[in-house]
Design a protein around this ligand. Structure first.
Ligand SMILES: NC(=O)c1ccc[n+]([C@@H]2O[C@H](COP(=O)([O-])OP(=O)(O)OC[C@H]3O[C@@H](n4cnc5c(N)ncnc54)[C@H](OP(=O)(O)O)[C@@H]3O)[C@@H](O)[C@H]2O)c1
Length: 434
């Protein structure tokens, strides 16, 4: 228990914390928690409100202090109110404790102690430097805001997002296996923006065999984004050497892209499913490529890309240029397992802190059944397919009372948890608290 967690707080501090919590929700879920901060003046007046915009960007404390500096706001007698204990370590950004001290803020109030081994201890460090620190204000709300991120950290695994593109009747492919494209161009552009924010994208062997996806992130013009995630496939069978997932953007998809419903130019579309036979698969023993691609990406206004890079092996030959080119995209990894926890452990060990599961139904069900999905992005198109693969495979749910329950999540979406995206509907959901 934090020694200052039984502190008392003023009404102004409580109002400041509510403003900070609201600001935190403007961030995005993923590798980092969503965090907000507010600066109060000597009489408790609200001076500035800031938030963290995603991994690699300034933390909320730094954001609000930068605003104060830009506005030449005097900080004598001020109070910094923040939803998470200021960090005390150097990660992609410097320690917030140092920024607070350097700014000369005399008082800090935070909601929740940082649970992570590497960043905790900021409150004590600030106290030891003469800053007056109190903790525990609206701690339950702050914990609830990041409940799934905290759980992922406790379980020492990456944060997991699941993305599904389905028809009105919950199908992700037609009876003949065709699935490109179920959703329209704006929804797919959102999907690409999401790809730029994650460290790794994962699909199952069925999607690999059925769709031969490249799993690359493209901008609105269809050009590969500079930042590409690690591409992963969960399959106990070999991955053919010619599979697009191995080479990412090194293929030319232009001809295939002319095929179907409003395609995003240059996306990983294929007009026909590949016909790999057993002979081809058994010859697939090429070593997995291991490169990474730092740099900014691009995306839609409501789904901002993440500006930092996966902290794994740097690319040996990965220039930050645009245009299809060997070595431009991220790495590929073959996860020869059906166990989602094992897959996540391997991806974590490769440096992934945020994993996007893009299906298909069998892999989606495996992650859902193991309660390993922290947020769900679901695009629903105004199509009916009748037959065809259901978006999620068997979950072992036998009765309505045992249904997997989800809630609208306003974090990271400017237009709310349920919004029209072109002709489609987009749901942003998180597991209902238990
Ligand atoms: N619309 C969408 O959003 C979307 C997205 C993705 C896919 N799809 C569609 O989904 C269809 C493919 O469905 P799918 O269910 O076969 O795809 P899948 O979930 O991608 O792959 C299933 C395969 O992955 C392996 N696997 C990994 N973990 C497993 C586990 N826990 N249990 C069992 N197998 C596991 C197995 O392959 P091995 O035998 O090789 O181990 C299994 O056959 C395609 O038609 C595709 O177009 C649609």
């Amino acid at each position: 228990m934090d020694p200052a967690s039984d502190a008392t707080f003023t009404a102004a501090e409580t109002a400041g914390m509510r403003a900070a919590l609201a600001a935190a929700a403007r961030g995005v879920r993923g590798a980092n928690p969503v965090v907000g901060a507010a600066l109060l003046g000597p009489t408790g007046q609200l001076l500035h409100v800031g938030h963290h915009r995603g991994a690699g960007t300034p933390h909320a404390e730094v954001d609000v202090l930068q605003q104060a500096r830009a506005a030449r706001t005097p900080l004598e007698g001020s109070t910094l109110v923040v939803t998470l204990e200021p960090c005390h370590h150097t990660g992609r950004t410097g320690p917030c404790t140092a920024a607070v001290e350097a700014a000369g803020v005399p008082r800090v109030v935070y909601a929740l102690a940082d649970p992570t081994a590497e960043a905790r201890g900021g409150g004590a460090a600030l106290r030891s430097h003469g800053v007056h620190v109190r903790a525990g204000l609206l701690a339950d709300e702050a914990r609830e805001l990041n409940e799934r991120w905290l759980r992922a950290r406790e379980q020492a695994r990456p944060f997991v997002s699941l993305k599904i593109a389905q028809s009105l009747d919950g199908r992700v492919a037609a009876a003949d296996g065709t699935s490109q494209w179920i959703t329209g161009l704006p929804a797919r552009a959102e999907g690409h923006a999401l790809r730029t924010r994650v460290d790794a994208i994962l699909v199952g062997g069925g999607t690999l065999r059925g769709d031969d996806p490249a799993l690359t992130a493209r901008d609105a013009e269809g050009a590969p984004c500079a930042r590409q995630p690690l591409r992963a496939v969960m399959s106990t069978r070999p991955v053919p050497p010619e599979a697009r997932i191995r080479v990412g953007t090194a293929h030319d998809f232009t001809a295939a892209d002319t095929a179907a419903r409003s395609p995003v130019p240059g996306t990983d579309a294929g007009s026909a499913a590949p016909t790999w036979g057993a002979a081809t698969e058994t010859s697939a023993q090429a070593p997995d490529a291991e490169t990474s691609m730092p740099g900014p990406g691009a995306g839609s206004p409501s789904l901002a890309p993440r500006p930092d890079a996966v902290t794994a092996t740097p690319a040996a030959s990965a220039p930050a240029t645009s245009g299809p080119a060997e070595g431009l995209d991220g790495r590929f990894v073959h996860l020869s397992t059906h166990d989602p926890r094992e897959a996540l452990t391997r991806l974590r060990d490769l440096g992934a802190a945020h994993v996007l599961v893009e299906g298909g139904p069998t892999v989606a069900a495996a992650f859902l059944a193991a309660d390993l999905v922290d947020e769900l992005w679901l695009h629903q198109a105004p199509l009916l397919l009748g037959d065809g693969a259901a978006s999620v495979g068997a979950l072992g749910i036998g009765t309505l009372a045992a249904a997997s329950s989800w809630r609208g999540d306003p974090v990271g979406v400017q237009d709310g948890p349920v919004a029209a995206v072109g002709e489609d509907l987009r749901w942003h959901l998180r597991p209902a608290p238990r």
